[in-house]
Design a protein around this ligand. Sequence first.
Ligand code: GDP
Length: 302
Amino acid sequence: GSLFSRLAKTRSGLTEGLGDLFLGKKQIDDDLIEELETRLIMADVGQATTAALIDELTDEVSRKHVNDPEHLFETLYRLMVERLEAVQPTEPPARRQSGRPHVMVVCGINGGGKTTSIGKLAHRFKAGGRDVTLAAADTFRAAAVEQLISWGERNDVRVIGEPGRGDPASVAFDAVSSAKARNSDLLIVDTAGRLHTQSGLMDELGKLIRVISKAEPEAPDEVLLVIDASIGQNALVQARQFNQAVKLTGLIVTKLDGTAKGGIVFAIADELGLPIHFIGVGEKAEDLRPFEPRAFVDALLD
Ligand code: GDP
C-alpha cells in the first residue's frame, strides 16, 4: 500500500546495503557483521541500540551455530520488532474519558510538523466520528494559529483561540472548559515551540500543563512530542530534553517520507521507553498513520 511506497525512501536507507548485504552471502562472517553494524548506524539506529542488536545477533549465531545469512536477517527482523513492540501501548488512544473529553497536549520544536500533525489528527478522529476541539495555544506564532484555524475549517472542527491572543495558558483553560461544555470526545492542544530560550519554552509548557490540570484534574491524558525523523540523532536529544521537562506519554515521528533514516525510532524506544503513536509520511491530511512495528520494520528491511 501507500505506507510502503511512502516509506520507500526510508527503506532504501537501510536496504541500500541491507538487502544486497544478505543477498550475495553464503555464510555469516565478520565482514557481514561489520557491514551490518555500519548500515544500522547510517540509518540512525544509534550507537547504543546498534551495539545491543549486534550483540544479540552474534550471541544467537554462536549459540545456535548458525551460518546462514538468511537466518541472521530473520533474527534481526525479530529483534527489531520486539524492541518496538516492547514500548507500544496496548490501549487505543484518544477515547473519551468518563464524563469528560480526552485531552492531548502536543509539543515540539518549531518546524518539526507539530501544527500539521494536529491538523491530521483532527482530520483522522473527526472522520472516525469523534467530536474534536482544537486549542490554538501556540500564541507566539500568528501563522501557527492561522494554520490551525484553516485545518479546522477544512475538517469542520472547532478551534479555540484567535490570532493576536497573547496568553497560551488562558487559551488552553478556555479550550478545556469549552470542550467539556460541549461534550467533546477529544481536545487537542497545540503549544509553542520556539527554538531559542529553550528553558523558557519548557517552563511555559509546564505551566500550560498545570493550567489544564486546574481546569480538569485528570487531564492531560497524553503529552505527545512531535519530532522530525530527518534530523537524525538530534531527534533523540530533543526527546530527552522534553521528557525531562514534562512527562511525555508518546511520540509522533514526522517526515519519514523525506528521509533515508528511520532508525531513530529504535534509539528513542530503547533509551526513553516511549511509544510511537503516529508517523507522518507526507504533508496531506491522510498522511498520518498509526505506528505499527511490524509494518515499519518490514518497510525498513524489506
Ligand atoms: P510546526 O512548526 O512544528 O508546527 O511545523 P508545521 O506543522 O508548520 O510543519 C512544518 C513543515 O513541515 C510544513 O511545511 C509541513 O507541511 C511539513 N510537514 C509536516 N509533517 C510532514 C511529514 O510527515 N512529511 C513531510 N514531507 N512534510 C511534513
